[in-house]
Design a protein around this ligand. Structure first.
Ligand SMILES: [Zn+2]
Length: 285
């Protein structure tokens, strides 16, 4: 999965650190990221220095090697610095979805995680309570309003992925009206006041009109494209297996046996790990 970057370790703790010569710097424009042609794909501060104002560099996170060596990642937050860099460096704009296949994987993870923080910083400049200009907190990854004291943290939306199992079959779906046309599992966002287990029951009922029991938590995954924390559950069909599709959400909903599920080279998503896990392992519930 995208977050599996072993032997590296992701270090999310906030630091008010200054960039070093070899610190990677990330810069984005909407849904695009500026990258070198060859690995390593990320530019480092040594290459960017002279073209950026150090005050416009925002600390993001660090990645540690197995030997404990730490590299801090920075975001170029000023648009004029981004313009200067793209004119002065040999690279090109790529869609952030390049993270799905980009090598090395540790850079792919940094690109998509940095993208979530880029979007949050870009959209978190003014206080939602009083309209004042927000300031960076020095100790935490947080924006603070000096006028009213409002504190704003990055938004993370919990959501579920559900692998519904009925005997030797898994309930597979396809989304309606989206670019993503491969098979998926039932998925949906947690709503205000709801437990994550209630989200599982509600989403399965809404999307395919069936009921489930025997929920089993599998794994979670940060999905930075949508600022989501995905929580993967398997569940067992309870009652009728007749599918009533919510055709505004889904175009396909069908029970597939292990043999009917096709192999997929896609390895970055929790959805596909859960499908592969069902296909290749017996005892899930
Ligand atoms: Zn305020």
């Amino acid at each position: 999965m995208i977050q599996d970057i072993s032997p590296y370790r992701y270090r999310v703790e906030y630091e008010n650190a200054a960039p070093q010569a070899d610190s990677p710097v990330l810069f984005y424009d909407g849904n695009r990221v500026f990258l070198k042609k060859d690995a390593p794909r990320l530019f480092c501060y040594r290459e960017a220095a002279g073209k950026v104002n150090p005050d416009g560099l925002q600390y993001l996170f660090a990645v540690e090697t197995a030997a404990g060596e730490r590299r801090s990642f920075f975001l170029v937050s000023r648009e004029e610095d981004v313009r200067a860099l793209t004119q002065g460096l040999a690279g090109s704009w790529e869609p952030v979805r390049v993270f799905r296949t980009l090598q090395p994987r540790v850079e792919a993870f940094a690109i998509i995680t940095g993208y979530q923080l880029y979007g949050w910083y870009r959209d978190t400049r003014y206080c939602g309570r009083c309209g004042g200009k927000l300031e960076h907190d020095e100790k935490e990854r947080m924006m603070r309003c000096p006028a009213c004291g409002n504190m704003v943290y990055p938004k993370i939306s919990p959501a579920v992925i559900v692998g519904v199992i009925h005997k030797d079959r898994l309930l597979m779906t396809k989304y309606a009206g989206r670019d993503y046309t491969r098979y998926a599992l039932i998925a949906g966002f947690n709503e205000v006041g709801e437990t994550i287990e209630e989200t599982v029951h509600r989403e399965v009922l809404e999307e395919v009109g069936i009921r489930v029991i025997n929920l089993k938590f599998y794994k979670s995954q940060p999905w930075s494209l949508t600022s989501t924390l995905l929580m993967g559950f398997y569940a067992e069909l309870d009652g009728s297996d007749e599918i009533h599709l919510d055709d505004g959400e889904l175009s396909v909903g069908e029970w597939l046996t292990r043999d009917e599920i096709e192999e997929d080279s896609n390895q970055e998503s929790l959805t596909w790990e859960m499908i592969e896990n069902f296909k290749h392992h017996g005892d899930i519930l």
